[in-house]
Every structure is written in C-alpha cells, then in structure tokens.
Design a binder for this molecule. Structure first.
Ligand code: URA
Length: 240
C-alpha cells in the first residue's frame, strides 16, 4: 500500500495533508525517514510513525455503539460541524467508518459501525429481511387488535404495505416490535396508522447481534470475534 494512502486511511488527514507531512520528513517507516508519499509499505509488517507516534493499522474495524438520542447516524459530514455517530468512536483506527443503516436522530440503541462495505451491503439488502427489534414507548394504549393489524402489514403511504412483523406487548404503552425492512421512519409510521405516536424508540438487536446491556447510552465497544463471525455467516443458509 502507498504510504500516503495508509496515513489517510488511518485518519491522519486528507491525501494532500498527509503528503505534506511526508514531504516535511515527519514520517518514519521502520525508524527511517521516508519523504516519498508514494513509497510502498507493508501495512501488516512495517512500523509507521509520525513524530515518533507509532500508527496502528486495521483493515476492517467493527464496533457496537449504544447510540444516544440527539446524534445523527450519518458518516462524518466534512462540511458541517454536526456530531455524528462515528465521532463517538474515539479509539477508531480508520477514517472510513460508517454506520450499518440509520436510526432517526431521536432513536437510541444498537448501531453497528464498521468499514466493512460488503457486510453492510448484505445486512441492509432488502432481500435479506434482517430482523431488527426495537423497544417502543407509545403515547397511548396499544390494543391487541391494533397490534394484530400492524403485524399483518399496513399501508404507511408507500408503494407497498409494510411486510408482516412481530409485536410483543409488554404493557399498556410499551412493546417490542421486530421488523424485517428498513424504511424511513418505518415504526413511527406503522403506529401512526393506529393513531399512536412513538415517544421512545430503542433498537435492541439487529440480525444476530444484540445490544450489550453493559453499554450505557453513548458508549461503545469492539465487536467480539464471535460476533463478527455471526455477522459474516448470518445469511449463509439464505438462498437469496
Ligand atoms: N423506525 C423508525 O421509525 N425510526 C427508526 O429510527 C428506526 C425504525
């Protein structure tokens, strides 16, 4: 890999900025100053440092974030100063992380953050129907009949009604809902068809991954090897 690509991918600045660093003699490879931004390095073996600080490398990174309310789940928008979910991952090595799917600004809970585009593509593919379960609070009573109607699929103003889903009523105004699609404001719009407003929404699982109950709002951790394996294999039995 080119030295400037390595430095940009590990978040040391834009390609132009890192070229300047290299030209200025601030970058060492295995202890030797290298002034050519196009120099080839082995990212898995060579030790690269800037002003003496050794730079860690990772090809792929996977995190589980308990997204807090009020943070947008886009990748970094360089033009605006709005805080987004990738800003919360303080120890990230790479600069190309993004969230797998989106949660509304006022939704909290499980968000997987990675730079594994292939995994994200498979998790978000409409064909895969990945289960997503949310704890939901409502501003009124959810009757069994209303829950049945929503579970059967409802017209929320899109081309097609929603796919059948599952609702587990917990109390008068709270339930778990598991959907298999990812439409814009989907759950809010589903309950709206019954005259109910969603007052709290928290994702607690996505496919084979459940939100770690130890993670407080805004906290994150790396996915374990076992969780990464689960994600890589979740659709192996799926013929789509
Ligand atoms: N459905 C919604 O309405 N909002 C979300 O953030 C996720 C699912």
């Amino acid at each position: 890999m080119r030295l400037d690509k390595f430095l940009a991918e590990t978040g040391r600045g834009t390609r132009t900025a890192v070229k300047k660093l290299v030209n200025a003699g601030k970058v060492k490879v295995n202890g030797e100053v290298v002034k050519d931004p196009a120099a080839k390095i082995d990212e898995n073996k060579d030790e690269v440092s800037i002003d003496g600080e050794v730079i860690a490398y990772a090809d792929l990174e996977y995190y589980m974030l308990n997204k807090p309310k009020g943070v947008i789940s886009a990748s970094r928008d360089k033009k605006s100063n709005t805080v987004c979910v990738t800003d919360l991952i303080k120890e990230k090595i790479r600069s190309d992380l993004f969230p797998v799917g989106r949660l509304d600004k006022d939704t909290e809970g499980l968000l997987i953050i990675t730079n594994d585009g292939d995994l994200a593509h498979r998790m978000l593919s409409p064909k895969k129907h990945v289960d997503k379960t949310y704890f939901t609070e409502l501003d009124g009573t959810l009757s069994k009949e209303a829950a049945e109607r929503i579970m059967n699929g409802v017209d929320i103003g899109d081309e097609k009604p929603t796919l059948p889903c599952n609702i587990n009523i917990l109390s008068d105004r709270t339930c778990f809902i598991t959907i298999h699609e990812g439409r814009y404001h989907e759950i809010k719009r589903m309950f709206q068809t019954e005259g109910l407003r969603v007052t709290g929404l928290k994702r607690i699982s996505m496919g084979p991954i459940s939100l770690d109950p130890e993670l407080q709002s805004g906290e994150y951790r790396c996915l374990s090897e076992a969780e990464i394996e689960l994600l890589k294999n979740f659709d192996k039995a799926d013929k789509n």
